[in-house]
Each structure stands twice: as structure tokens, then as C-alpha cells.
Write a protein that binds this ligand. Structure first.
Ligand code: NAP
Length: 192
């Protein structure tokens, strides 16, 4: 059985947990306030979910999902995620998160900050360009006209540094699109 350690159990973490369980995964949920504050959510998700601390979720993970606000990146446990794939849903909204000059200047990206914090992990940007409410229940099989495309970016996958192309405000962000439309939207992204 594959276990996903989920750091952040808000809108994104809880919806991805629901989708993962529907696909046969076990999940370990965590947040900043402590497992006692998410036992209700874990109970609602059923026997394939349990609540833990971020360090415990990271240690239990075959791979992890980090679904937290950008300013919390520095508190993600490093050692238990070493050698693991870490999916980052984190977006940067300066009006919410405060300005980060290295992102504003195009030197890094939101998932790039997490990769710098987790040098021994393999950070992959995913699920950052879809509304949380649509993460569970909107999956469609290959060939279905309703199937939507989502971008992945990682340093094994074509470059975390290029992942700004699906940032908030870019043409590909949050819109329903197929693979050809996503490629076209990512290609016309602009940083100016
Ligand atoms: N909402 C969306 O539709 C959406 C879609 C795609 C991407 N995103 C991005 O995904 C990230 C999460 O968004 P969200 O909407 O799920 O936020 P949210 O509902 O505010 O949930 C954030 C979660 O992160 C937890 N958290 C904060 N600091 C933490 C830490 N140090 N360790 C572990 N958990 C911590 C919070 O726990 P406490 O409540 O205990 O503090 C909470 O469970 C954001 O970067 C957002 O931009 C959001």
C-alpha cells in the first residue's frame, strides 16, 4: 500500500486526500495546529486516513504533498522528506503572502523555494493550477472530451524553473483546458 504524507490539510490537502483515498492510497494528514484539530477530518475520510504531526506525516510518506501557505515553507521538516518525491501545490500571491523579491525578480518560483528548503527531495509542482473544490470528483478517463490537462514541473520533468508559466495570472492558471490548449497557454505565458 502506498502512503501519501500530506502537509497542510486545508482546502487543497483535504480534497487531495479525498481523491487519493478514492484511488486506493493511504493518507497521513497534518497541519500546523496539531493532529487533535484534524481527527474529525481524518474520521470523515475513513480508515485509510489518519491525523499526525507534519514530521510524522513526512516520515510515513512514500511520497508527500505540501499544501501550505508559502510563508510556512521554512517549517517543513527536511530530514524525513530526504530522498522522496514532494508534490508542491504552493502558489505565490504577494498580496496574501507578502512580497518575495526572488520570485518578483524571476530568480526562483514558489516550488523553487520549497526545493531550496528540501535539497535532498525531488520537488514536483502539481495541482497548483486547479481550484481545490475541483480536485476530487472531476477526473475523466483518457479520450473523454471532459478530461482536463494539468501541468507538472520538476527537475526530472522539464524544469521547476519554468513552472512560473502556470503561475497565478498566467493564461493556463485555473482554466479548464485540454493538453493542446495547456501547451499553447504555457507557451504564451509572460513574466512582464
Ligand atoms: N485553494 C485553492 O483552490 C488552491 C488551489 C491550488 C493551489 N493552492 C495553493 O495551495 C496551498 C494551500 O492552499 P489551501 O487553499 O489549501 O490553504 P488553506 O485552506 O489555508 O490550508 C492551509 C493548510 O496548511 C496548514 N499549514 C500551515 N502551516 C503549516 C506547517 N508549517 N506545517 C503543516 N501544515 C501547515 C494549515 O494548518 P492550520 O490550519 O493548522 O494552520 C492548513 O491546514 C497554498 O499555497 C495555495 O496558494 C490553493
Amino acid at each position: 500500500m502506498t502512503t501519501i504524507g500530506i502537509l497542510g490539510s486545508g482546502h487543497v490537502g483535504s480534497n487531495l486526500a479525498r481523491a487519493a483515498i478514492a484511488h486506493g492510497y493511504d493518507v497521513v494528514l497534518s497541519n500546523s495546529q496539531g493532529p487533535e484539530t484534524i481527527v474529525g477530518l481524518a474520521g470523515e475520510l475513513g480508515p485509510k486516513a489518519r491525523a499526525a504531526t507534519p514530521a510524522e506525516a513526512a516520515a510515513a510518506a512514500d511520497f508527500a504533498i505540501v499544501a501550505i501557505p508559502l510563508p510556512a515553507i521554512g517549517r517543513v521538516p527536511v530530514e524525513p522528506l530526504a530522498g522522496k518525491v514532494v508534490i508542491a501545490t504552493i502558489n505565490y500571491f504577494p498580496q496574501r503572502d507578502g512580497h518575495v523579491p526572488a520570485i518578483d525578480d524571476g530568480i526562483t518560483t514558489a516550488p523553487g523555494l520549497l526545493q531550496a528548503h528540501l535539497p535532498a527531495s525531488r520537488v514536483v509542482r502539481a495541482f497548483s493550477m486547479i481550484n481545490a473544490a475541483e480536485m476530487s470528483g472531476d477526473g475523466h478517463p483518457a479520450g473523454d472530451p471532459k478530461r482536463r490537462a494539468l501541468a507538472l514541473a520538476g527537475d526530472d520533468l522539464g524544469g521547476l524553473a519554468e513552472s512560473w508559466r502556470v503561475d497565478p495570472g498566467q493564461p493556463a492558471f485555473v482554466v479548464r483546458q485540454d493538453a493542446a490548449e495547456l501547451r499553447a497557454n504555457a507557451a504564451r505565458a509572460s513574466r512582464v
